[in-house]
Design a protein around this ligand. Structure first.
Ligand code: HSE
Length: 402
């Protein structure tokens, strides 16, 4: 019998509980004959009407000091006290699995080190892409490859909002409210719409791909709050869609460039048809070529599905550290926006002649909004784009995913 604890009984935590109860027999077979049994649920709220109310505790020490508990699911979110709890649990020889991307992106290197030292596991399949298997495939199945690039729709809430606005004509606020009611959105929706959630996820994937910790503070991040319905209409006229993309490019010299930004994605890209709360991650390896991982990127059962998979893995590998996944780099490994050029879709109130003077030869796009010029630039570095944009009255400038 494997005794586990769940820390946090919100959307994901209750999903973990439901799956462990519902798929009991299936989990038993997959742990090679160990029944996964929930011994504690930690939450500061009261759950007096819950059928197993005796499992609930408000005292973290009940879990920490119980030597029977070998695996703990940290699905409480946020940095504190999740960090302190996780650290104490790993130090006491318990494995921890989590969906907490903020924690993994911020303290992952340290927590992985402790797990290695203590011969236990710190697993975080649910931290990126919700229910999509991506951490384990990148770490294990693609291990023969040098990863060249990653382009992902990594935030279900923003993808859902963009989709509801475009296809159902909903307002931004209504679409956001729906995402919150469905349990997709972060407690502070700014984390979704300003791109911070996607930033943490691309930092985790960048660290996995390079083997070195990528600090999310080093990743240029722009959300979807400046995207308008007119931008969306232009995109549609150009056989494209606008998606919030987490992007990473790995260079042969070991440097890595990562960014989160709304990007114009051509309809011919497999990422273009990824709608609603779905996420997709397109990974390019030097041997395998392109592979795409697709599925529900948020929500109760999809995210809990990945957490429970990690619980099973941790039970099976009890007292055997899986030795993942990255280390702190000795030198700066971050490339800059000078190392990666993008073409841009630009809208301006300036005339076509003025556009040509600043941007040279451009590909003009039919007007959707009267009195504007809209065009696609040649590829430019970050500083070139900044310099040229400063010379004209720019309505919007959106990177194009290559
Ligand atoms: N708020 C996140 C999203 C939840 O919308 O993708 C899953 O990480």
């Amino acid at each position: 019998m494997a005794k586990v604890a769940i820390m946090g009984f919100g959307t994901v935590g209750s999903g973990v509980y439901d799956i462990i109860k519902t798929n009991r027999e299936k989990l038993y077979r997959n742990t090679n004959g160990e029944m996964v049994d929930i011994k504690y649920i930690l939450d500061i709220r009261d759950f007096d009407d819950h059928p197993e109310k005796e499992l609930f505790t408000k005292d973290f020490n009940d879990i920490l000091n119980d030597s029977e508990v070998t695996v703990v699911a940290e699905v409480m979110g946020g940095l504190h006290p999740a960090y302190e709890f996780t650290k104490s649990l790993l130090e006491s020889g318990k494995s921890v699995v989590t969906s907490n991307k903020e924690l993994v992106a911020t303290y992952g290197t340290e927590l992985l080190d402790i797990a290695r030292e203590k011969n236990v596991n710190y697993l975080f399949e649910a931290s990126v892409g919700g229910g999509i298997p991506i951490i384990r495939p990148m770490h294990q199945c693609l291990t023969a490859n040098n990863i060249k690039s990653i382009a992902g729709i990594l935030n279900g809430t923003t993808n859902y909002i963009l989709n509801e606005m475009i296809k159902k004509g909903k307002t931004f606020d209504d679409a956001l409210k729906d995402a919150q009611n469905n349990g997709y959105a972060e407690r502070n929706p700014a984390a979704d719409i300003e791109g911070h959630d996607a930033c943490r996820k691309i930092a985790i994937l960048s660290s996995l791909a390079s083997g070195y910790a990528v600090d999310y503070n080093d990743i240029e991040t722009e959300g979807i709050t400046n995207i308008t319905l007119d931008d969306v209409k232009y995109a549609s006229a150009m056989n494209s869609v606008i998606k919030l993309i987490g992007y990473a490019k790995l260079f042969d010299d070991g440097k890595i460039y990562s960014i989160v930004s709304p990007m114009l994605v051509k309809n011919s890209s497999p990422l273009a048809g990824v709608d609603g709360v779905f996420n997709a991650i397109l990974v390019t390896g030097d041997c395998v070529g392109d592979v795409m991982f697709y599925g529900a990127g948020a929500g109760k059962l999809p995210t809990a599905s990945a957490v429970v998979a990690d619980i099973v893995d941790a039970v099976k590998h009890f007292e055997r550290s899986k030795k993942i996944m990255w280390v702190k780099p000795e030198n700066n490994i971050m490339a800059s926006s000078e190392d990666k050029s993008f073409a841009y879709f630009v809208r301006t109130t300036a005339s076509a002649d003025d556009v040509a003077k600043v941007f040279g030869k451009c590909e003009f796009v039919d007007n959707v909004v009267a009195g504007e010029s809209a065009f696609v630039t040649a590829e430019m570095t970050g500083s070139e784009a900044k310099e040229k944009f400063s010379k004209l009255d720019i309505v919007s400038g959106i990177r194009i995913l290559d």
